[in-house]
Write a protein that binds this ligand. Structure first.
Ligand code: 13P
Length: 255
């Protein structure tokens, strides 16, 4: 079995004014640095995805840190008359190396569909960003027994042709578990992640090396049991990533 390096990613969503965002990034950099000086190199990847207004500032704050910076969305195009949008090239220019695409909040708030998510992921790849493609079912879909089918079709529909293990990460985030304190059971997460892995195998030659994250109310007290699952390769953390101690505690379950 391919050894996959875990990725613990924080999605700050629409949180973080300048001062608090920089302070949070600096606090995490400090925790990572003191862990490294005590124990040597980290055996996982750390990422924070601040709002686009803070990408550059957070990147500069983390310039000496192992922690990477990502965007939360990008446009399908590199530039143009698209008021209010941010391109992958702009995120890259501001110091990002990852970008989240297809988050369920984008799918719900902005009506994004798999076709658009696929083009966004391709746009990210075209300028050298790693795309974190989000997929996940709603409560109603789960209750109807459609979770695996929905997740499978989102995966197949959102993966661009050039996707591979080095430019793509998948995040399974059941919509009903986001920001609710409800977490999918370990058995449900294991089942969906195994299904995602099987879906990846149909589409990619290096599917075994693709990281598949879990997201949805990941907290310090539930992270360990989720992160030890065979097909869970890290976490995409929302609320708990806004607190340096909590985010670090989640990462520490994997150190
Ligand atoms: P919460 O951790 O706040 O549930 O958010 C998860 C999420 O949507 C991360 O992208």
């Amino acid at each position: 079995m391919t050894e996959r390096r875990l990725l613990i990613a924080g999605n700050w969503k629409m949180h973080g004014l300048h001062r608090e965002g920089v302070a949070l990034a600096a606090a995490l950099a400090e925790k990572a640095a003191s862990h490294q000086s005590a124990h040597g190199p980290l055996h996982l990847d750390l990422l924070i995805c601040p709002p686009a207004t803070l990408s550059r500032e957070v990147s500069e704050t983390l310039a000496e840190s192992v922690i990477s910076v990502g965007g939360q969305d990008c446009h399908t195009l590199e530039r143009g008359a698209h008021t209010g949008d941010v391109s992958a090239a702009m995120l890259k220019d501001a110091g990002c190396s990852y970008v989240i695409v297809g988050h369920s909040e984008r799918r719900a708030d902005h009506g994004e569909n798999n076709d658009q998510v696929k083009i966004k992921a391709a746009a990210a790849h075209a300028c050298g960003l790693t795309a974190i493609i989000c997929i996940g079912e709603t409560r109603e879909q789960r209750d109807r027994g459609e979770a695996m089918a929905i997740v499978g079709s989102q995966l197949a529909g959102s993966l661009p042709d050039e996707a591979n293990a080095s430019n793509t990460v998948i995040a399974y985030e059941p919509v009903w578990a986001i920001g609710t304190g409800l977490v999918a059971t370990v058995a449900d997460v294991a089942e969906i992640h195994a299904g995602v892995r099987a879906g990846l195998a149909k589409a990619l030659s290096d599917a075994d090396a693709v990281r598949v994250l879990y997201g949805g109310s990941v907290k310090p007290d539930n992270a360990a049991e989720l992160m030890e699952l065979e097909d869970v390769d890290g976490a995409l953390v929302g609320g708990a990533s806004l607190d340096a101690d909590d985010f670090w505690a989640i990462a520490a379950t994997c150190l």
